[in-house]
Design a protein around this ligand. Structure first.
Ligand code: C2O
Ligand code: CU
Length: 468
């Protein structure tokens, strides 16, 4: 089943000055202009990192040694930090007992660097190596994880954060990464080693019995009053969703899924689904003397989970650094987007069958392994505007994630939503219909899947092709 995207007007044409595109679809594509760059602008600086995946025993969660799979012997894996314009080169070696790859979640990479086994590269066999090299086009908070048997490999501890700093980073007092994850430990306090259980597959995936920040239950951000902190949150859980509550601190959201907002937004309830990132601008009142501020997850209001503590001790003695937050990006309104009929409608559902006894499907198709992937579900033209409608026919949660492109959420259940930001992952609730708009800029075969990794494993994945 192939569907063509609406307009074939080439993007380059839209870039020509003074051009006034006539069709509504072309106008949508035109609105993207200047939102984010089409191409990377490499400075010529290459930053090389060596990353190994291998089993390890580490004092994680609440203390005792936990047997995990780790990048460079730590969970989260190494924090890769580069500046915009620098080229990232990762020399990867697989010392796991099974094949793997690294996918760069949210980064607009050339298709061959996307880490999707059999689609963009051969899987890296045990003992094998692969070099990932690309120049990110966007500054922001990204992450990396395997794309082979992800529901097990990510759950065992394979994930890390890639921070692409702005060419001139804003003068925050500090820049901190918090990776949120949960762990399902058994009675011996080790990772429960049955993955993709029927229960997890029929419900919202694997939810753990320990919730951690940076793989510890006792994470503390020690700071002083008067500091202004950039706090980068990532949800690396297989399935758990968080709605972080900072109590009276009232942070501002400055970026979602890597990209800056059109304007900073106060953090109200934000549902941080697996894969999502949230960059917060957090100012600690200057007068604060020695107090501890818990950060609580309230996704389920009657089952709050403690995430971490911010401990404010003393004061900088200065007023908080004052500068305009970096959240002033150009984000298209695409307000006419809902007047254009959907390019494609995709129904999400489950059925009996497949190797797990239950399959998750897009339009009645279950992904049967990267090796045997069929024709792409959707073929889009580079530079043309596309509206996608997802209809959740199930009662479960599904964070929908697209590789290789950003999108804007246009509507939930037909009602327009005004999110002044792009995303690469959006949570779809039980029985909900969502509409998204996007303009693909990179040719290739890109995955679209649920980021509840058990759902993805049981078929909830497909390919979109961008040609051009
Ligand atoms: Cu984090 Cu295919 O995704
Ligand atoms: Cu799902």
């Amino acid at each position: 089943m192939r569907a063509r995207a609406g307009s074939a007007l080439p993007f380059l044409l839209l870039l020509s000055v003074g051009c006034r595109p006539e069709s509504p679809v072309a106008r949508m594509a035109h609105e993207l202009r200047g939102a984010y760059p089409e191409h990377a602008t490499p400075t010529g600086v290459v930053r090389t990192f060596d990353i190994e995946a291998r089993p390890a025993e580490l004092p994680l969660v609440d203390g005792p040694k936990l047997r995990v799979w780790a990048y460079n012997g730590s969970v989260p894996g190494p924090e890769l930090r580069i500046r915009l314009g620098e080229t990232l080169r990762v020399r990867f070696t697989n010392h796991l007992p099974e094949a793997t790859t690294i996918h760069w979640h949210g980064v607009r990479v050339p298709n061959g660097m996307d880490g999707v086994p059999h689609v963009t590269q051969p899987p890296v066999a045990p003992g094998g190596t692969f070099t990932y090299e690309f120049t990110p086009k966007d500054a922001g908070t990204f992450w990396f994880h395997p794309h082979v048997r992800s529901s097990e490999q990510v759950e065992r501890g394979l994930y890390g954060v890639l921070v692409v700093e702005d060419a001139k980073p804003a003068p925050y007092s500090r820049d901190v990464v918090w990776v949120l994850d949960d762990w399902l430990l058994d009675e011996t306090h080790q990772i429960f080693d049955r993955f993709n259980t029927p229960h997890d597959l029929m419900h919202d995936g694997r939810w753990g019995n320990f919730v951690t920040v940076n793989a510890r239950t006792d994470t503390v951000l020690a700071a002083r009053g008067g500091e202004r902190i950039r706090l980068r949150l990532l949800n690396a859980s297989n399935a758990r969703i968080y709605a972080p509550d900072f109590g009276g601190l009232q942070p501002q959201i400055i970026a979602v899924d890597g990209l800056y907002l059109a304007r900073p937004l106060p953090l109200g309830r934000f549902e941080l689904a697996p894969g999502n990132r949230l960059d917060l601008d957090l100012t600690l009142p200057p007068a604060a003397v020695s107090r501890s501020l818990p950060v609580i997850d309230r996704f389920y209001p009657d089952d709050p989970k403690h995430l971490a503590d911010i401990i404010v001790d003393g004061t900088t003695g200065q007023p908080p650094p004052s500068f305009r937050s970096p959240a002033h990006a150009r984000v298209p309104a695409w307000s006419a987007g809902l007047t254009i009929p959907p390019t494609k409608e995709i129904v999400v559902n489950a059925r009996r069958g497949g190797s797990y006894g239950i399959e998750w499907t897009f339009n009645d198709q279950a992904f049967t392994g990267h090796e045997h992937h069929g024709a792409p579900m959707l073929v889009m033209d580079r530079g043309s505007w596309v509206r996608l409608r997802f209809v959740n026919a199930s009662f479960r949660l599904h964070p929908i994630h697209l590789h290789g492109m950003f999108f804007r959420l246009l509507a939930r259940n037909g009602a327009p939503v005004d999110e002044p930001f792009f995303r690469d992952t959006v949570l779809m609730h039980s029985k909900e219909t969502i509409d998204i708009g996007l303009v693909p800029l990179d040719a290739g075969q890109w995955m679209m899947h649920c980021h509840i990794l058990e759902h993805a494993e049981a078929g909830m994945m497909t390919l979109f092709e961008v040609r051009g």
